[in-house]
Design a protein around this ligand. Structure first.
Ligand SMILES: Nc1nc2c(ncn2[C@@H]2O[C@H](COP(=O)(O)OP(=O)(O)OP(=O)(O)O)[C@@H](O)[C@H]2O)c(=O)[nH]1
Length: 309
């Protein structure tokens, strides 16, 4: 059992503790202790058991739920019920004079607490309906997307093409597409193995995701190549964002075996032209990338950089 959620409910714990204290103080201040022979132990076990179980229910409730309206309603309801039950249990040990108000305190909070708990359970039911609907929607999303790449968990190229085509139809202003490609990934694969290559792809994918906006879409286009769809972003700002991604990857010391390996990215960014077909846009993007790669002579391409760990 994990009790860490209890820390979230200091007020509810205080309410619970106050209800117990109030019941004990009221009982002892209004009545007198019974003699040993007057105590009915069967009632003590029955009524005391109810009090203990109510406390256990509260504990389970508080370690299972975040704070909020449902938790408050259920806790206060349980406290009222526990308050009545505790007075009921204590009157097995304490004798009250005829005029004492105890019977009133004993009988009123319990039904009030039951009403609160019923309302809380109804709210909980509503909450579960909402959560289930969201989960179903998310699950449907995941099932629909066999378009998600298993290595990086990014969308695959087909899904990106679909999204680019739709954006082109809507023709949003300042909509840019970028490509980033890991340099010398083949050499890395050959030296450190495919497993480590997959891990590097995942780390690069995470770095890309960390450096884009909520509205951007990232996909694994092929092998070590990723495409970014950046709606409503002017070319200059899109280029800056891609530059930041390249910088983040450049500074990533990827730990493998006894080495830290550094990588560089080749990148290209284009702005979508009006009425441009998706394939033409992607071709323009890839051509720009190839031009950039060709402009840097092989000897100048950032070598895989190994540093002893
Ligand atoms: N680990 C791993 N490797 C992959 C995967 N898909 C493709 N590859 C490898 O990615 C490499 C891509 O090689 P290239 O296109 O020559 O890329 P590169 O070595 O980075 O060359 P430049 O981009 O010109 O620097 C090949 O070795 C493929 O086998 C994959 O899912 N996992």
């Amino acid at each position: 059992m994990n009790f860490s959620l209890l820390k979230l409910h200091p007020r509810m714990l205080l309410v619970s503790f106050s209800a117990i204290s109030l019941a004990v103080i009221l009982s002892f201040s209004l009545g007198e202790l019974k003699s040993w022979q007057q105590i009915d132990w069967l009632d003590v076990v029955g009524e005391g058991g109810i009090v203990l179980l109510t406390i256990v229910w509260q504990l389970f409730l508080l370690i299972s739920r975040p704070s909020g309206r449902v938790t408050t309603l259920l806790t206060i309801g349980l406290c009222c019920f526990m308050f009545s039950s505790l007075l009921d249990a204590l009157d097995e040990f304490i004798h009250y004079p005829e005029h004492a108000l105890l019977p009133l305190f004993e009988s009123v909070p319990a039904p009030f607490g039951m009403i609160l708990m019923t309302w809380g359970l109804y709210q909980w039911h509503q909450e579960m309906l909402t959560l289930n609907a969201q989960l179903r929607r998310r699950e449907a999303g995941v099932r629909e997307h066999d378009e998600v790449d298993l290595v990086t968990r990014l969308y695959r190229a087909d899904y990106m093409r679909e999204q680019i085509s739709q954006s082109l139809i809507r023709h949003q202003a300042g909509f840019c597409v970028a490509v980033v490609d890991i340099d010398q990934f083949d050499a890395f694969n050959r030296r450190f193995g495919h497993g480590e290559g997959d891990r590097l792809l995942r780390e690069v994918a995470e770095l890309i995701l960390m450096n884009v906006r909520q509205t951007d879409l990232v996909c694994r286009y092929a092998g070590d190549r990723f495409i970014l769809l950046m709606p409503q972003l002017p070319l200059k700002r899109a280029s800056q964002q891609v530059h930041q991604i390249a910088n983040a990857v450049k500074h990533l010391a990827f730990k493998t075996g006894n080495h830290a390996v550094f990588h560089t990215l080749s990148t290209a960014v284009v702005e979508a032209a009006k009425n441009e077909p998706c394939d033409a846009l992607l071709m323009r993007l890839n051509q720009q990338l190839e031009k950039q790669k060709a402009s840097i002579r092989e000897s100048e391409r950032a070598p895989l950089c190994y540093a002893p760990r």
